[in-house]
Design a protein around this ligand. Sequence first.
Ligand SMILES: Nc1ncnc2c1ncn2[C@@H]1O[C@H](COP(=O)(O)OP(=O)(O)OP(=O)(O)O)[C@@H](O)[C@H]1O
Ligand SMILES: [Mg+2]
Length: 281
Amino acid sequence: MIRVQDMQFSYTKEPFIENMNFDVQNGEIFGFLGPSGAGKSTLQKILTGLLTTYRGSVQVNGIEIKHRGNSFYENIGVDFEFPSLYEKLTARENLNFFASLYKKHQAIDPLLDSVGLLHDAGKKVSDFSKGMKSRLNFIKALLHDPALLFLDEPTSGLDPSNAKRMKDIILQEKAKGKTILLTTHNMYDATELCSRVAFIVDGKLRALDTPRALIMSRGAARVRYTYAVNGREEQKEITLDRTGEDDVLQKLVQENRLLSIHSSEPTLNDIFVELTGRLLQ
Ligand SMILES: Nc1ncnc2c1ncn2[C@@H]1O[C@H](COP(=O)(O)OP(=O)(O)OP(=O)(O)O)[C@@H](O)[C@H]1O
Ligand SMILES: [Mg+2]
C-alpha cells in the first residue's frame, strides 16, 4: 500500500528526516510513535502529498506521491492534528459541504451518531468544545469511505469514554479492510491499536515491529511472589516462563501459602526509552 525508500526531508538547511525506509501493508494499522517534535506529523504530511520537496521515493498505491493527481484524494481520508472546519457552519453543514467535494459519500447522520454528535449536529462549530471538534474532524475523514486513512493523534485531548469510542471506530475500519496510518505519543493507544509500530525520534526511524515483539524483545515477563517462613516474609522473583519449574512456588500454591503474587512485563514506553534513550511525553 505504501512504500518509503531512502526518503529525506528537511524544513531547513539542516537534515531532519533521513534514511527513512518502511512499507505499510494493506489492511494494517501502522503507528508512528514518538515524542513531541519527532516528525510524526511531518511524515503524515509527506505521505498525504502536502509536502513534496522530499528526496528518495514515497509511493502510495504504486504512485509516487510527488506526482499524484487530484483523484488521489478520493481514496484517502485525512484527520490532521488541528481540525480544519468552518466555524460559522453547523456540524451537519460542514459534513455536507465536505461530502459534496467527493464523487460519493456515506450517510451523514450515522457518522455523527457514531461519535456521539448527532444531537449537536445543528450547532455551529464555533460553539463546539475542543473534543467535539476533533470528533467531527475525525468523521470528516471517513465521509467518502476511503481505503486508506491517515489519523494524526485521533484520541489526543479526548476524555476516556470518547477516546474509547474513537478507538472502537478505528478497529471497525480495520475490520472492514482499511489501511490506517496513525500517529500518537500514547503508548497505550499504540499497543492496543497498532499492527506494527515505528519508533520515531528526531526524524529517524529507530525501531519497527509489532507491539508484542517490541515488548518481548526485552525478555520474558517477570513474576514476583512473597510467602512467610518462620514468621518472616520472603520474596522471590522468576520469569513467567519458569513458573512450572519453580518447586518453591509450586509447593506454596498447593498449600495455599502465597502471601502475594504479581506479574509485570515491560511497557512499550520502557522499550521506547531503552531503544531511543528518550521519553515519549
Ligand atoms: N512548517 C514548518 N516549518 C518549519 N519547521 C517545522 C514546520 N512544521 C514542523 N516543523 C518542525 O519539524 C519538527 C517536527 O514537527 P512535527 O510536527 O512533525 O512533530 P510531531 O512528531 O508531530 O510532534 P507532536 O507530537 O508535538 O505533534 C519540529 O521540530 C517542528 O518545529
Ligand atoms: Mg504532530
